[in-house]
Design a protein around this ligand. Structure first.
Ligand code: F6P
Length: 321
C-alpha cells in the first residue's frame, strides 16, 4: 500500500528550494512513498493544485533559483474552513504526510494544520533571512550572500573611482545576519544591524579620521530591519561632508542559481525530512547546529528567537562604533 506524501514550498522563495524538492522526491520515492507536488504553496493546498510527481517535473531544476513549485503567502490558511478544504484535497489523493520547505511562518501554519487534522509534516528551513531559531543555516543564505558580495564588490569599483560613499541596504526582514556577514566579507567601513547598538557620533569621528589619513571612499552595509538606509545616506552627506549614494539591493538577493553549499545542504535537509517522517515524527523541523544535522520539535523553533552567533557580532561591532 503506497504511502502518500506531498511536498510544497512556502513563503519567500530562496535558492536551494529546487534541489531540496528534487532530492526529497527521489529519496521519498525510493522509500516507497507515492510523492505529490503542491504548486503555489499554502494557496495551492487550499485550491488543490496538487499533482503526482513525475521525472519530467523534477528534471532540470537543480541549478535554478527560486522554486519551480512556486510559492505564496496565504492569509486564507489562517481560516479553519480553508484549512479543511486543504485537508479534503489531501485526503482525496491519499496524502497523509507533508514536507514543507520555507520559513517559520510556514512551519507555524503547518503545525496548526497538524493540530486540526493530524497530518504530520517535516519542515526544511529555507529563507535568505537566516532567522529561524534552532538552526545555524537556512537554505538560500549562501547564494544570497554571494549575490550581495558580487554587488558590493561592483559598487566598490565605482565608489573608489569617484571617491564617494555608498550605503547598501540588504534584506533580512528583522534579522541582520545577511548585512553583518556581507559587511565583514566585503570589508565595509560601516555596518548597521538590529542586533548591534550603533553610535553615529563615534562612527563619524572614526570615518573623518580615516578620511584625513587618506581614505578615499566609504562602504556602509545596512540591514533593512534598521530602516536606516535613507537616514545614513543623508547623514554621511551632511555630517561627514562626503557625497553619498544609496543602493537598495532588493529582490535581486532572492534569485540566482543555488551555490554548491546550498545544493548540498538541500540534499541533507531533504533526506533528514523524509527520514523524520519515516521515523514517525509528526511536526519536526530539520536543523543544522554546530556542524551537526538534526531536528527539533516545532515548539522549540516557533517559540524561540534566532540569535546571531556572538563571535560574528563581536567581529562586526567595530563597524557600528
Ligand atoms: O523573507 C524573505 C524576504 O526577502 C525578506 O528579506 C524581505 O523583507 C521580504 O521577504 C520581502 O517580502 P516580499 O517578497 O513579499 O516583498
Amino acid at each position: 500500500m503506497p504511502k502518500g506524501l506531498a511536498i510544497l514550498t512556502s513563503g519567500g522563495d530562496s535558492a536551494g528550494m529546487n534541489p531540496a524538492v528534487k532530492c526529497a522526491v527521489e529519496y521519498a520515492s525510493q522509500k516507497g512513498y507515492d510523492v505529490h507536488l503542491v504548486y503555489d504553496g499554502l494557496r495551492g493546498l487550499i485550491e488543490g493544485n496538487i499533482v503526482p510527481s513525475t521525472r519530467d517535473l523534477i528534471s532540470g531544476i537543480l541549478h535554478r533559483g527560486g522554486t519551480m513549485l512556486r510559492s505564496s503567502r496565504s492569509p486564507q490558511f489562517f481560516d479553519i474552513e480553508y484549512r479543511r478544504q486543504a485537508y479534503e484535497n489531501l485526503k482525496a489523493r491519499g496524502i497523509d504526510k507533508l514536507i514543507v520547505i520555507g520559513g517559520d511562518g510556514s512551519f507555524r501554519a503547518l503545525n496548526q494544520f497538524y493540530n486540526d487534522f493530524g497530518v504530520p509534516f517535516a519542515g526544511i528551513p529555507a529563507t535568505i533571512d537566516n532567522d529561524i531559531a534552532g538552526t545555524d543555516y537556512c537554505l538560500g543564505v549562501d547564494t544570497a550572500l554571494n549575490v550581495i558580495r558580487e554587488a558590493v564588490d561592483s559598487i566598490r569599483d565605482t565608489a573608489s573611482s569617484f571617491s564617494r560613499a555608498f550605503v547598501i541596504e540588504v534584506m533580512g526582514r528583522h534579522c541582520g545576519y545577511l548585512a553583518l556577514t556581507s559587511a565583514l566579507a566585503c570589508g565595509a567601513e560601516i555596518c548597521l544591524v538590529p542586533e548591534l547598538q550603533y553610535n553615529l557620533d563615534s562612527i563619524g569621528a572614526r570615518i573623518k579620521h580615516d578620511l584625513a589619513s587618506g581614505r578615499r571612499y566609504v562602504l556602509a552595509v545596512v540591514a533593512e530591519g534598521t530602516k536606516m538606509g535613507d537616514y545614513l545616506t543623508r547623514w554621511i552627506n551632511d555630517s561627514i561632508g562626503m557625497e553619498a549614494r544609496l543602493t537598495v539591493l532588493g529582490h535581486i538577493q532572492r534569485g540566482g542559481s543555488p551555490t554548491v553549499h546550498d545544493r548540498i545542504m538541500a540534499y541533507k535537509f531533504a533526506v533528514a525530512a523524509v527520514d523524520s517522517l519515516e521515523a514517525g515524527q509528526t511536526n519536526s523541523i530539520m536543523v543544522f547546529r554546530d556542524g551537526t544535522y538534526g531536528h527539533l520539535p516545532i515548539q522549540a523553533v516557533a517559540d524561540a528567537k534566532y540569535q546571531i552567533d556572538a563571535s560574528l557580532l563581536r567581529l562586526a561591532a567595530p563597524l557600528a562604533s
